[in-house]
Design a protein around this ligand. Sequence first.
Ligand code: ADP
Ligand code: MG
Length: 799
Amino acid sequence: MDTVEKRVHAFVRIRPTADFAQDMIKFGQDNKSIDIYIKKDVKKGVVNNRQTEWSFRLDGVLHNASQDLAYETIAEKLVSEALNGYNGTIMCYGQTGAGKTYTMTGTTADYRHRGIIPRAIQQVLKAAAHCVDRFVTVRVSYLEIYNETLCDLLATVTSSGTSDVPLAVVDCPEGVYVKGLSIHTVNHEEDALNLLFEARRNKYCSLVIAEHALNKHSSRSHCIFTIYIECNFRVLSDVKCINSKINLIDLAGSERLSKTGSEGQVLKEATYINKSLSFLEQIVIALSDPRRDHIPFRQSKLTHVLKDSLGGNCNTVLVANICGEAVHVDETLSSLRFATRMKWITTEPVVNETSDMRWTVKTLEKEISFLKRELAMHDSLVNRSLVTYDPLTEIQIADIKSQVLKYLEGSIDEIDIVNIRQVQEVFRQFKQLLSQQEQEVEARLRSKYALIDKNDFAAIAAAQKTAGFLTNKVSTCSVFGFQLLVPVQTDLVPLVHLVRKEGIGTSSSGKEIDALLQSKNQLITSTKDLDMKEGVRNQDAANIDTQSSKLAFLKDSPQLSSPPSKPAAFEQFKKECGSEINRIFKENKSILLARRKRSAAVAQRLNLMKQEMERIKEALGAQQQERWQQGEYVDETGQIIIDEEEFLLIMKLKDLKKEYRSDYAELQDLKAEIQYCQQLVDQCRNKLVSEFEIWYNESFLIPKDVQDTLKPGGNIRPGMIPINRVMCLEEDVQDGFERMQEAALPACPDSLSFYTAKMKAEQKHSYSRTMGALEQMRRKPGLITATMRSKSPAPLRVA
Ligand code: ADP
Ligand code: MG
């Protein structure tokens, strides 16, 4: 909109009259200006300073204009903009009898003479009926302001009488409205016109008025007919709502009090009329002055009701109705001045767009039901007729929970996917179970240890200080993101205990926490706990078996309710988690066998060679004997001459000896290799067995809470010991350290640091030794090396 359109539009309409003062009223060529000329008042003398010429520039002059043209000029654009969300106000201002009511309402006798209100109703309802992209609701109200009293002109139309509660103007962030004013939905032009006509007819019956003239009452009240337009339409998933209203105002007569000559009751009314109109004038002056920040809208009911319609976000049009007779020149001038002032007011019309939640909900409900039908059709096409898409019932949720539990226990392999809700519920149940287990473990830890947030360094330091003060020694370890603070109390015989990695579980309830913590790396605990663990460690397999039946939870094999036999489980282990170690073990074993075979062959050949050499030696001996008996021949250099047979025997013996030496060397080499291979095979076997033991314990014997630590996020997984743990800590060193601690620490707790350092050094040394050995093995061609780990004798025999 350009700046011209932002100003209030003002038109002048002259009531047709036979006495039109042609000399006094002149119209401009463009039909937008009106000039008033007054002859010098003879009575007031030759010298008078009264202005005699006035020129008013307006947006249009309607002289002898039909109601059609008047509507087209004044209202049509404003009404069509109201249909797009802009509020609109049309006010007719002027002295009584100037044609305000004719312009605004018109006459009921002739259709052609109908005024702006019936025409606007027609335009709005026609447009509403033709809208295809939106749903339009049209409502109307009719308010009269008489003697500063608000009156609902439609209240008597539809109900038995007016409401007892007086109407009141209410200011709210959404705008000004009249509380208690009846607003009537109209679906057809006829409904709206009926209301209008009925209201006008009842108007004079419902009010106590001055006896002397009905039209006087009419001239002293302001009537505001409002058309409310509500458009709802979809913008993607949102339902947008455009609300607008058109205020069509027939103001009271603007004539001055002095002119009426009224007295008593009528005089009071006249004062009121002019008062509210003079307030309207003040508002108009204030609004046209950009420096004014306070506009006294609340001064009168009329200005208060019109707060939104004047100078707000509204298209405003003023019609100055004037009489053409010379006698009314003062009122005419006054009306034209008012109209010109109105034109100074700037407005900023905006679309009143909101997101209507009520409509959004309604429309989305419709869409949901449509999509449900669509889904049902798709389901029936793929024979999925039993699927529902409603929220899950308690029973369905319980069923999903039991499925999830069964899945975790292993008694079912998969959970069928039915619909999105069910998938979400499955995840929810998983999450719930997980958090339950976490809470249980945490509660247990809390019942035994002081847990401090791992990142709360201040709390850790404070706790360490307090505990250290009491006990002299305190240490921490990290479990589940908490800092586990364990005072090393001197009376409890403190011990640093590096937990064995087998982590055999115990069903003894008080010690479950130890089993749990055994799965973690390193912690400090008391000797009592250690003794318990030692006891547990010494339990034989049978004992473990009887305990494990109580701990059956989260088994790897779904069909098992008690642990499988170790030989059977071992076969399973070799196929699954232990397959890589088993492969290395087998390959090394086959290399060992090949070397052994070769060694046997070489040894056998050496034996044969040895026998052959013995035989040749014997033959040579016989030859020598014979030579001695026959007498030896000596050549000129003194060398004994031998026959060819003996010579050949000697040569053969020489060759055999050479071959024997080479074979013997090979045999020695093979023996060394075999010994080496044997060592490697033994180590592989040990590793296979120890990993199996761990896997077996973790899979079948370790109690639930320890299993919890093996959940994702922990650093241990069933059957899988992290390589860093295997490599960094030789158990021989660890065992030695434990023994040393048991022996040394009780007597001298201060030696803790010393022994810790020593243990670390030994660990390091052991590590480099292991690495050296591995490196040596790697250099042997054809040998596959496996991660080495010494281990206590395996309870299971492996061939
Ligand atoms: P107001 O409401 O300003 O007091 P009215 O609308 O009642 O004046 O008009 C007074 C009389 O003049 C009415 O009888 C009305 O029909 C007539 N009248 C006013 N303006 C026109 C017009 N433009 N054409 C024909 N008759 C008119
Ligand atoms: Mg009137």
